[in-house]
Design a protein around this ligand. Structure first.
Ligand SMILES: Cc1ncc(COP(=O)(O)OP(=O)(O)O)c(N)n1
Ligand code: 3NM
Ligand code: MG
Length: 198
């Protein structure tokens, strides 16, 4: 299945209630620091919403719950890979996206035969503190040459205005958080994103 080119990431299912009716077809639920019961409830609702709107739900970090709740896809970073049971994820039929930031991480990700590879932060991000400041769009070209047909996600400091440059450099998908969630009119911004990622 081909993944949509616009990939918003949200920290609460309430955002999915707003974004999915607008036409978002690929979305990540990235919940941090919430009690397990709340995470469970949110993933369950997100899965139902994505089924209703024919969208792919990617569950960040919480791979056991993603398996338990019959979700489509999980996203794991390099630290997550230290403890995740990849065989169990695959046996449950879930797709897998993996974060990468340097060549060693890319080699580790490629060995898992992932369904997409994310490279970031392409531009500086204000969402979280990171060891990497800015990879630059040029690195997307290098990554795309190395990963071939595996979809490449550009993440980190992405905006509507920056999306075309990322696609031109080799990204197949562009992901964003704060460009949407901190926008004064998030719905209007999602619509702009959908227009920029056709
Ligand atoms: C599409 C996408 N790319 C990268 C990340 C980051 O994952 P990770 O390194 O595990 O960091 P956290 O998001 O868990 O803080 C992502 N979530 N999605
Ligand atoms: C969650 C995340 N992971 C990144 C990585 O490089 O792995 S950058 C990032 C934050 C993306 O948020 P924003 O669009 O607001 O910059
Ligand atoms: Mg993670």
């Amino acid at each position: 299945m081909t993944l949509a080119r616009f990939y918003p990431i949200f920290d609460d299912v309430a955002w999915l209630r707003r974004a999915l009716p607008l036409g978002v077809k690929l979305v990540q639920l990235r919940i941090k620091d919430q009690p397990q019961a709340q995470v469970h409830r949110q993933i369950e609702e997100a899965r139902e919403l994505c089924q209703r709107y024919d969208a792919v739900l990617v569950v960040n970090d919480h791979w056991q719950l993603a398996i338990e709740l019959g979700c489509d896809c999980v996203h794991l970073g390099q630290e997550d890979l230290d403890t995740a049971d990849i065989a169990a994820i695959r046996a449950a039929g879930l797709r897998l996206g993996v974060s990468t930031h340097d060549a060693a991480e890319l080699a580790r990700a490629m060995a898992l035969n992932p369904d997409y590879i994310a490279l970031g932060p392409i531009y500086p991000t204000i969402l979280k503190k990171m060891k990497w400041h800015r990879q630059g769009v040029e690195k997307l070209t290098v990554w795309k040459e190395r990963i071939g047909d595996i979809p490449l996600v550009a993440i980190g400091g992405m905006s509507v205005a920056r999306a075309a440059g990322a696609f031109a450099a080799g990204a197949d998908i562009v992901s964003a958080v704060t460009d949407i969630t901190l926008h004064p009119d998030p719905e209007a911004r999602v619509k702009e994103w959908l227009g920029a990622c056709t």
